[in-house]
Design a protein around this ligand. Structure first.
Ligand SMILES: [Zn+2]
Length: 282
């Protein structure tokens, strides 16, 4: 094989892997209420959250383009209209969470708000990502508002706070809000990600020199947050399927899991430190 044919073959392989993952992770899952005005409208694996307000809705994550019909069906099954989605947010600018942004923006007319650092990747459809630029590309989507750490996003009577938790992506974002249930407030933390993917270079990363420091700071920020209900970009990150099953009997209480949040952070930090040691030793 010439180098060019090899490159073409590798790209085709990467694309095929991407599309089979997209269909594996875009299977329907019962949409459900989590707590207060927070609902799950994602697929079997890719988490999308609808924050419903009388002034319209906020949607966090769309999944792949293939996942958008699942998200739409989820909203409608819960009695919400997709056209009432006014704001579109994400936890991280990887294709499995934002490749459906352009389509969703077209369907809803929602304002797209993305953290600085991830904004260029969303605008470029994957261009500029420090790890996957050459393998993962998707439909570019305009960004209507670029967010900074601590910025608030308000719709109706609901306010979300955007915390910059970088490392997994440069603008990886953790969303905070207070949901009210039984007259009591619950701290909801929707983690962007703390996962060190196998492709990430933590040491001597020319495209993202501060990656290791960013991960360390992210753990500090997340550890400092009060958390009752812990959610993430992947259902698997917070035990979505098991919690959903329990919620059929227990309601929102199935999602109240402060210990699960601490355990998730501890496991993520241990994995990060182990990988850092390994890469430093090379
Ligand atoms: Zn990711």
């Amino acid at each position: 094989m010439t180098r060019l044919t090899l490159l073409v073959a590798l790209c085709a392989l990467a694309l095929a892997a991407q599309s089979s993952q997209a269909s594996r992770w875009s299977q329907p899952f019962p949409p459900h209420k989590i707590v207060g005005n927070v609902y799950y409208v994602g697929s079997n694996e890719l988490a999308s959250f609808l924050i419903a307000t009388p002034a319209g809705h906020i949607l966090i994550n769309t999944g792949f383009e293939e996942t958008v019909p699942v998200v739409r069906a989820g909203c409608e099954k819960l009695g919400f209209k997709l056209s009432d989605v006014k704001i579109l947010l994400t936890g991280q600018a990887h294709n499995d969470h934002v490749a459906g942004f352009a389509l969703m923006r077209k369907l809803t007319g929602a304002k797209v708000m993305v953290m600085a650092g991830d904004d260029a990747v969303v605008r470029g459809g994957g261009k500029g990502d420090f790890a996957y630029e050459s393998q993962m590309r998707w439909a570019p989507c305009p960004v209507d508002r670029v967010l900074q750490d601590g910025d608030q996003v308000t719709l109706g009577s609901t306010t979300l706070v955007a915390r910059l938790t970088p490392g997994h992506t440069r603008g990886c974002t953790t969303w905070l809000l207070t949901a009210v249930e039984d007259g009591k407030p619950f701290h909801v933390v929707i983690v962007g990600s703390v996962h060190v993917n196998s492709e990430f270079r933590l040491v001597n990363n020319a495209k993202y020199p501060r990656i290791a420091e960013d991960f360390a700071r992210t753990f500090q920020v997340l550890e400092s947050l009060p958390c009752d209900v812990f959610l993430g970009s992947h259902g698997g990150a917070y035990g979505m399927q098991a919690k959903y099953q329990r919620s059929l009997k227990e309601g929102y209480r199935a999602f109240v899991d402060p210990q699960g949040y601490r355990a998730y952070l501890a496991a993520g930090k241990a994995a990060y430190l182990k990988e850092l040691e390994k890469q430093r030793g090379r």
